[in-house]
Design a protein around this ligand. Structure first.
Ligand SMILES: C[C@H](N)CC(=O)CC(=O)O
Length: 236
């Protein structure tokens, strides 16, 4: 089986970062479609409220999930639950508890307080788990988890993941993990393309999109998420 290629459509980015960052349900649906045409087989995105802010409210998540599903009916789709969206854990749990017919999977960042509680709640609601592992400590903590996961995300995030470069940061997380689990390995910002190229050579699942990078591999301007996925696809 080919390693997965995902598109991370928007993350916490704004239009100030790039004018084509998709925010509304319609934009997310179009961007997901562009990514699929370019070769992505799954998407991850951060639903927004009417002001363009990241949101966990079902009233904001549902229209985004529905719009992407309608445009790309077979496409596995996931959303973020990161704690910066709603830092108060009880409130975050209450919001996630309202998710009904939710996304296929959601990312849970394992270094965040309450990660296991959030993962259990999502599983109860029929939503799969992508475990986001930014640090070796988070990976060690994850090894205590006994529940199912869709896949692990090894995420090299500058300023969060320890290491002088993205490859070293990702390798330090990989060193903690057992073999034989489905992995997507990716970086963010200046680490994104070096980590992707390295992960591609090693045969890991990959992810590209505006959440992780705003330009092509040589710093070239891009028009949309499809173009970012296309760079990865052509080099496989
Ligand atoms: C927002 C950051 N790009 C990483 C993050 O927090 C992962 C997620 O949940 O999507």
């Amino acid at each position: 089986m080919d390693a997965i290629l995902k598109c991370c459509l928007n993350g916490d980015r704004s239009r100030a970062d790039h004018p084509a960052v998709p925010l509304t349900p319609a934009e997310l649906a179009q961007s997901a479609y562009d990514a699929v045409v370019a070769g992505a087989v799954a998407v991850h995105f951060h639903p927004r409220d009417s002001e363009g802010r990241e949101s966990l409210r079902w009233a904001d998540v549902e229209p985004a999930v529905t719009a992407v599903r309608e445009r790309c009916p077979e496409l596995p789709l996931g959303v973020s639950t990161r704690e910066e969206i709603e830092p108060d854990l009880p409130t975050r749990l209450a919001l996630l508890g309202e998710w009904d017919a939710g996304p296929d999977f959601a990312s849970v960042n394992w270094h965040e307080d309450g990660a296991e509680q959030i993962a259990r709640l999502l599983l109860e609601r029929g939503i799969g788990i992508e475990a986001g592992l930014f640090t070796p400590d988070a990976a060690r903590k994850f090894l205590n988890w006994r529940g199912p996961v869709v896949r692990l995300l090894v995420e090299a995030i500058p300023g969060v993941s320890p290491g002088t470069d993205g490859i070293a940061a990702a390798q330090a997380v990989l060193d903690v993990l057992p073999t034989g689990v489905e992995l997507v390995v990716h970086g963010e910002g200046e680490w994104a393309w070096p980590v992707l190229e390295w992960a591609r050579r090693l045969g890991y699942g990959l992810r590209a999109g505006f959440e992780d990078m705003l330009t092509g591999p040589d710093g070239e301007r891009v028009t949309d998420n499809g173009q970012l996925v296309g760079y990865v696809r052509r080099n496989r």
